[in-house]
Design a binder for this molecule. Structure first.
Ligand SMILES: *[C@@H]1O[C@H](CO)[C@@H](O)[C@H](O)[C@H]1NC(C)=O
Length: 137
């Protein structure tokens, strides 16, 4: 997490009706998604399963994580495709083989998302995400 250069990803427990979801990694690169739901999404990942460096946020001032206006379950994809590509993703948690976080953390994130959306809120959101994971180490 702390070593995220741009956008990093990892498995999430108890999500999408499965025990876990995870990016499928081959040769250190994300090549697909193990998920119980719509694996055809460009980024089939839960919002608890990725981190974005603050530099990336700052260099994409127009990128937004929409609370409304995305199809259900497409928020993550709609956001991530504004700032990165699947090829660029950095797999964490031992090439995405370890489940270190679950939807308990996700619930906290949902609470935060109910805050009014504004660029500053989004920046705070990512800062929070970093903090959460650092505490877990
Ligand atoms: C992840 O996979 C790549 C390529 O197979 C390998 O070089 C790297 O050491 C692996 N990383 C970890 C933390 O296992």
């Amino acid at each position: 997490m702390r070593t995220t250069r741009k956008v990093s990803v990892w498995p999430v427990g108890l999500v999408g009706g499965r025990r876990y979801e995870r990016p499928i990694v081959e040769n250190g690169k994300v090549v697909g998604w193990y998920t119980g739901w719509r694996a055809d999404r460009p980024f089939a990942i839960d919002m608890a399963g990725f981190a974005v460096s603050l530099q990336v946020i700052l260099s994409h001032p127009k990128a937004v994580f929409k609370r409304r206006g995305s199809q259900p379950g497409m928020q993550e994809s709609d956001f991530l495709k504004q700032i990165t590509t699947v090829e660029e993703l950095e797999p964490k948690a031992n090439n995405c083989t370890k489940v270190l976080i679950s939807t308990v953390t996700k619930k906290l994130l949902y609470c935060l998302c109910r805050l009014p959306s504004a660029v500053l809120t989004e920046m705070f959101f990512y800062r929070f995400l970093y903090g959460t994971h650092e505490q877990k180490k």
